[in-house]
Ligand binder design. Sequence first.
Ligand code: FES
Length: 119
Amino acid sequence: MTIAGQEHTAAVKTARLRIWRGTSRDNGRYQEYDVKFEDGDSVLDGLVRLRVDCDPSLAVRFSCFNANVCKECTMLIDGTVEYACIAKLQPRLMQLDPLPNLPIVRDLVTDTLSRKERF
Ligand code: FES
């Protein structure tokens, strides 16, 4: 809430994102980035900011962006399968990995079509 005569002063925090980079589970490494955020920003918000401001080569998949509809942003966040557009950034080290048990396309993007074709 903005109060007349006072500036909006949302606290800016920093998350350290430890992100799997590579084209397979055997060919890659973790890379760490510091991302500034405000309370309520999602992990996907941070990843998009990273791509724009720091590293456009980072591969991440999303479509609906914060609507929880497309399911394209699913990844491992601190070892738990979550939607990056729903999970919130925290002011600490957060580890991001591609989904387990699926081929990696690149970085955080997995071949989810290979899973759908099995059904
Ligand atoms: S971006 Fe669509 S569910 Fe996360």
